[in-house]
Ligand binder design. Structure first.
Ligand SMILES: Cc1ncc(COP(=O)(O)O)c(C=O)c1O
Length: 361
């Protein structure tokens, strides 16, 4: 390679994102609990809409996503003009960094925050700033103390991945109130639908000039394979992000499936209720085996082991039985395993396998 050809500063500092494993060598019929996917899949209405798009594959998709934005607006009571849709919420995070941060700017996120915040900040040459959490929970005072005149974006996932913990809206408001005036608070609501009665920060993003919310169809909607997310916030920010959005960033298939999915709120309610039931069951079962976890508000449980070695050994034990969970050493939690809440049979299999592992020691 020619020495004169170099990527932009920051890019070589990016550690490649590792997704959840999907296979174990030599093991058939694995149960994948490593990517916080909905074990029940997408709603039938979303699947039917997906299939119908086969007849229009030769047509370019809509560039303004108007029908999907209208559907999201109707369901959530939001102004569609203040919604932007992207290739997963990952793309919205990317747009925010591209539009608002660059060299010498700082992007703040929490110690165990979602990895894409760091990656997207480095990709634009900005400086990632990581803030300590308190007992695996966002610490508003520490986040405010980390801000200065270079801070452009502050990302908070609520509930957070991989901890599953959440802070109150009063705490979020305190954070929004205390930020320097050039900084945007981004509330990542990838798991918001799992919290009964929580708006993901929509009301705040609707009323403050410095708050933006991101959401996804990858989790409760069961459309992770299709890649659709959206953002909502001040009109000025949406206008800025639309300028850098590719005109055809979403396919007709993505748009139509997402529209049908968001209109099927009965499916969302059913999945939320079943997740809450099995999450409670799984957390209790693990606790009884001496594996504690923080109260999770999302579709996974962060199981804490006595040591890094015990977590690694339990992971290997589970894998040998075809149960794939997520090691989270990359999130600075090497003594933990993140276990997606599966259907009842999968949760029972995991609890049974952890019991065997504990008994075998
Ligand atoms: C906190 C959080 N934000 C955003 C995302 C990105 O989701 P997607 O790009 O699939 O919408 C994820 C996915 O795991 C996540 O956990």
């Amino acid at each position: 390679m020619n020495d004169a050809i170099r990527p932009q500063p920051g890019i070589l500092d990016i550690a490649l994102y590792e997704g959840g494993k999907a296979h174990v060598a030599g093991v058939q019929n694995v149960v994948k609990l490593s990517s916080n996917e909905n074990p029940f899949g997408a709603s039938d209405r979303a699947k039917e809409a997906f299939l119908r798009t086969v007849h229009s594959l030769h047509r370019y998709p809509s560039t303004d996503h108007a029908p999907l934005r209208a559907a999201i607006g109707e369901v959530h009571g939001l102004d569609p003009d203040r919604i932007i849709c992207g290739v997963g919420s990952d793309e919205i995070i990317t747009f925010l960094c591209q539009a608002y941060a660059g060299p010498k700017d700082e992007v703040v996120f929490t110690e165990h925050g979602f990895l894409m915040y760091r990656i997207s900040a480095l990709a634009v040459g900005a400086t990632p700033v990581e803030v300590q959490e308190r007992e695996r929970t966002t610490d508003v005072d520490a986040s405010l103390a980390a801000c200065n005149r270079r801070t452009k974006l502050v990302f908070i996932a609520n509930p957070n991945n991989p901890t599953g913990t959440m802070i109150s809206m009063a705490e979020i408001e305190r954070l929004a109130n205390g930020l320097p005036k050039q900084a945007i608070l981004v509330l990542d609501g990838a798991y918001a639908e799992y919290v009964d009665g929580y708006d993901g920060g929509a009301a705040l993003a609707g009323s403050r000039p410095n708050v933006f919310m991101t959401r996804t169809f990858s989790k409760i909607y069961g459309l992770g394979g299709l890649r659709i997310g959206w953002g909502y916030g001040p009109r000025e920010i949406v206008d800025v992000l639309n300028r850098i959005r590719g005109p055809f960033n979403l396919s007709t298939t993505q748009l139509d499936a997402a529209e049908a999915a968001v209109r099927d709120q009965d499916w969302v309610t059913k999945c939320r209720n079943e997740n809450a039931r099995m999450r409670h069951w799984l957390a209790e079962a693990l606790a009884e085996l001496g594996v504690p976890s923080d109260t999770s508000m999302a579709n996974f449980v962060l199981a804490r082991f006595a040591s890094d070695e015990e977590a690694a050994a339990c992971d290997a034990f589970l894998q040998a039985q075809g149960l794939i969970v997520r090691r989270v050493a990359g999130y600075k939690l090497p003594h933990c395993l993140r276990i997606t809440v599966g259907d009842e049979a999968s949760c029972r299999r995991v609890a049974h396998a952890v019991a065997q592992f504990k008994g075998s020691k």
